[in-house]
Ligand binder design. Structure first.
Ligand code: PHE
Length: 339
């Protein structure tokens, strides 16, 4: 019988449960009126005298373990009830999480990066707060150059040397200063211009500028690269280059892509011409190469720059550039994409 008691002690110590009914059943089994303990106590009188002492000690041990066990399990149960009121029902399924969507600017930027990465361009970035050298002077725009007015600049405080970059060409200067040709890099980023805000233009927007420097780079290489790009991004391969002017490129051109005139929207978007202007480009001016420590007798190259916001408007038929910075979730959640 002592052995039986000992087995029960092991069983009691091994018992655990977090359910109120199971704990109660356990209590009744051992400590209830008709429980095992009372049963063993009743047997006490039948135990031979020489075993009474050990039997008494063992049965007390069993009583003690069972009582302890019930009270610790009940305490734990109470604690969990407290948690329930604090955190709500922890067994309820969670709230469904809404998946976010990428911003249309990021989607288009990533598409552009992906297209150029396929022909060997890497990505370079630089600071949005720039100095005069990287934003202007190195790019063949010395102080008092009238072309500085082409891009109305935000200066920081009264220091004319600290400004918000007006284009990511500043990153290209930094890249040329720190890397040797051959160079193939695109520089995406946010730029700032002190312009009136309207449906068509904003005081900050985003650009991707590209730079290709090597020996024997020609204007034909530039055109070929841009044609590859427009075919990949818009599915349109017909482009034209109109002569233009940028201080940092010579010759310079504006790039138009033939959008077509199939729908009324095409007419509206292209003002009835079928052509859309999408970027500026040109052969890097030798002065710029020299300013950045690149031998212009040995190397030549091309550069181009486009506004991501405008391209996002075109690709997604968005009517107002301001929507891109208002963070209206009803607008943003329409852009779900793998990019
Ligand atoms: N930096 C010019 C701009 O912001 C774009 C450009 C880049 C033009 C490179 C020609 C070559 O308008």
């Amino acid at each position: 019988m002592i052995d039986q008691l000992k087995e029960h002690i092991v069983a009691v110590e091994g018992f655990t449960s977090s359910k109120a009914e199971e704990i109660e059943a356990f209590r009744i089994k051992y400590l209830g009126k008709k429980g095992l303990l009372n049963h063993f106590f009743a047997e006490f009188k039948n135990v031979p005298p020489d075993q009474k002492k050990e039997f008494g000690q063992t049965i007390n041990l069993l009583k003690h373990s069972a009582t302890e066990k019930v009270s610790t399990l009940k305490e734990a149960l109470e604690e969990r009830k407290g948690e329930k009121t604090q955190y709500g029902d922890l067994t309820r399924p969670g709230e469904p999480l809404e998946l976010g969507a990428r911003h249309p600017i990021s989607i288009v930027k990533n598409q552009i990066i992906e297209i150029f990465s396929r022909i060997g361009f890497n990505v370079s970035e630089g600071p949005e707060i720039e100095d005069d050298w990287h934003n202007f002077t190195a790019l063949n725009l010395p102080e008092y150059h009238p072309a500085r007015d082409m891009q109305d600049t935000f200066f920081i405080q009264t220091d004319p040397d600290v400004l918000l970059r007006t284009h990511t060409s500043s990153v290209q200067v930094r890249y040329m200063e720190t890397h040797k040709p051959p160079i193939r890099t695109i520089s995406p980023g946010r730029v700032y211009r002190n312009e009136a805000i309207s449906a068509r233009s904003h005081c900050f927007f985003h650009q991707v500028e590209g730079l290709y420097i090597d020996t024997d780079v020609s204007f034909a290489d530039l055109k070929q690269t841009l044609q590859f790009f427009t075919t990949e991004l818009f599915g349109k391969s017909e482009i034209r280059l109109r002569p233009s002017y940028f201080p940092f490129t010579e010759p310079s051109a504006e790039v138009d892509v033939y959008w077509g005139l199939e729908t009324e929207t095409d007419y509206k978007m292209t003002k009835g011409t079928g052509w859309l202007e999408i970027m500026g480009c040109g052969m890097v001016d030798p002065n710029v190469l020299e300013n950045c420590g690149i031998d212009s007798n040995k190397y030549s190259g091309f550069a181009f720059g486009m506004g991501i916001d405008r391209i996002a408007l075109l690709l997604h038929q968005i009517s107002d550039i301001r929507l891109l910075s208002e963070n209206d979730i009803r607008f943003l959640e329409q852009f779900r994409s793998s990019f």
